[in-house]
Ligand binder design. Sequence first.
Ligand code: TXA
Ligand code: MG
Length: 339
Amino acid sequence: MDTKLFHTDDNEIAEAGEILRNGGLVAFPTETVYGLGASAFDSDAAKKIYAAKGRPSDNPLIVHICDKGQIKDIAEEIPESAKKVIDNFMPGPVTIILKKKSVVPNDVTAGLNTVAIRFPLHETAQKLIKAAGVPIAAPSANLSGKPSPTKAKHVVKDMTGRIDAIIDGGECNVGVESTIVDFTGEKPVILRPGGVTYDDLKGIGLDVEIDKNILHSIAADEVPKCPGMKYKHYAPNAEVTVVEGEKDAVQSKIKELLEQTEGKVTGVLTMYGAVYDKAVMLSAGSTNKEYAKNLFAALREFDELGVEVVFAEFSEKDGYGLAVKNRLYKAAAQRVIHV
Ligand code: TXA
Ligand code: MG
């Protein structure tokens, strides 16, 4: 299939909207990562998403809206606690899980009786959903298992020939996927940390918990609340090891590890500046917010540069720390050295 490359002109967005309305697939920018969209009311279109990504069929999609009024069309009820999040953080990098209405096909929710809903802040995303005239089901626009795309070129690499169109809207600002909060249990629970932080949610008086599976791998016999948790994620070809702690200790540990890694192309993802010999160095930025924005692009770049072993400097510094840690630990398949 030919994949059209659009930019953000209104007439191109209108054409992309029509493709979606007619059951096609369009990748589009959001403030978090690029999404791979299809009409959320079209079972066959949803199935095409799973095929294009190679996504396991039990991992549900997020339904994207462009108007808060659409929530009542797809969700059975909106608890008071969820209303607080809707009022304070939508549009924005947050996704809420609510009980679903039957208009949302089972292929979108992977058979669950709940639905994930997100109102993105990105202007192009909002215009596209409006142009489509229907809510848009969209996972991240990467091949399953690869780091999420934060630039159009990442989507071009993974999806060319597999989908109808890609809208190039430049670089994504947040860089990690939305915070997912589940409102279907007794208390709201963060299933995935992201740009709306735990402190942000506490700050509006929400009595919210953090799912215990956020920072480790799921046991083989466990059923996670968020099906996406159990899959290998964000994995570059390189073997990644996180070295976590204060600057001096982290840098001397990584120097030691580099000495021990002979005969391989090595790389370091830096937070504290470039001080290593004989390693490809990419900067993650010095704050966790910058780290979030740069992480996925850096993982893809190490692969392009043929790096085989990556050591990632990390320390938790701000509210974005949990979101970064969650992605970084997964990319490292839980290889973490605390110094
Ligand atoms: O920022 C984002 O959320 C991006 C952009 C494109 O909006 N989307 C995204 O989608 O990250 P995806 O498919 O990569 O991640 C969706 C996650 C998966 O882990 C999935 O298991 C979970 O949301 N999810 C979807 N529906 C769910 C539901 N009803 N209950 C629990 N988890 C759900
Ligand atoms: Mg994803």
